[in-house]
Design a protein around this ligand. Structure first.
Ligand SMILES: Nc1ncnc2c1ncn2[C@@H]1O[C@H](COP(=O)(O)OP(=O)(O)OP(=O)(O)O)[C@@H](O)[C@H]1O
Length: 287
């Protein structure tokens, strides 16, 4: 893992918005990288630039300055309209509000398999329903009717559907913005296991934004903390887990925040030693 090239490498990302007569610098010189199978957490107070960073690194928004490279390719170099992703479905999003992220008029089989139809062969309804059922079974939703509408699902069920939808076309990168914020603790733990499994068994890289540092301490391999648009702290998983989670995090080890191509710890890969990683023992959750 440590020898692998970063799947996502961002350097010097800067993004501002004009609000009235002022410019808000939402993201200020952010550099980070993620490797296949790695989960990077981004945390920080409200308004510090987490969601904007996620939009920039997933190609949903163009930075004012800086580069976003996916699979070694600068996605904005020479781009006239949208980003030039390595392939369709290379990056998939998971949003905070799972029900709102699904088309409320579509049965869930249609939402789950919709990414499979983009730029690919036509698939019959029967085939799509079969695939949806198969995918649902893998995240503990095998008992649900794939013809149900999202309104029939609980928040946790809807988020699993949204995650399956994000994973079905085998993305290389999944970006998730507060994926458990709308869920209770138990449901959130199930969703956390599904995300971890996606990284471990499918080698998918994940970038997860959350204001909840304890949640990220369990899920992520590395954590960056942002404040006022900047990365102010980078923490390894080992450092996170050395700390008693029942107490607030004091100043744990702060490492350098130099640009990604100048010896950035983000580019040096993840640690494989992850003692506190949630154990995805539930077979149903296996992806
Ligand atoms: N489309 C936009 N237009 C104007 N200002 C924006 C826009 N998007 C973000 N901002 C501003 O940029 C700053 C960073 O916002 P962002 O949503 O990225 O922060 P955040 O850390 O995700 O916040 P939260 O945790 O509350 O969602 C904020 O001051 C916000 O008001």
């Amino acid at each position: 893992m440590t020898d692998s090239a970063p799947l996502l490498a961002c350097e010097g990302l800067t993004c501002g918005y004009v609000v009235g007569h002022h410019e808000v610098l939402a993201v200020d010189d952010v550099s980070l990288a993620v490797h296949p199978g790695e989960i990077l957490g981004i945390t920080g107070p409200s308004g510090c630039g987490k969601s904007t960073t996620l939009r920039l690194i997933s190609g949903r928004e163009r930075p004012d300055q800086g580069r976003v490279r996916m699979g070694g390719v600068d996605i904005w170099e020479g781009a006239r309209r949208g980003p030039r992703l390595p392939r369709p479905g290379f990056v998939m999003p998971v949003f905070q509000d799972p029900v709102a992220s699904l088309n409320r008029r579509w049965p869930i089989w249609r939402s789950i398999t919709e990414p499979l139809t983009v730029g690919r062969r036509r698939m019959s309804t029967d085939e799509r329903r079969r695939i949806a059922r198969e995918q649902m079974g893998r995240v503990g939703l095998g008992h649900l009717d794939e013809r149900a509408l999202p309104a029939r699902l609980s928040g946790g069920q809807a988020q699993r559907v949204a995650i399956v939808r994000a994973l079905v076309a085998e993305p290389s990168l999944v970006v998730a913005d507060e994926p458990t914020a709308a869920l209770d603790v138990t449901t959130a733990a199930g969703v956390t296991r599904v995300l971890r499994e996606a990284a471990d068994s499918l080698g998918i890289a994940l970038v997860v934004v959350s204001h909840d540092r304890n949640f990220l301490a369990v899920l992520a391999d590395r954590l960056v903390r942002m404040d006022h648009g900047r990365v102010v702290e980078r923490t390894s998983r080992e450092d996170l887990q050395r700390h008693d989670p029942t107490r607030p995090y004091p100043g744990h080890q702060t490492v350098d925040i130099t640009p990604a191509d100048a010896g950035d710890p983000d580019l040096e890969g993840r640690s494989t030693d992850a003692p506190g990683r949630p154990n995805p023992s539930n077979e149903e959750l296996s992806l």
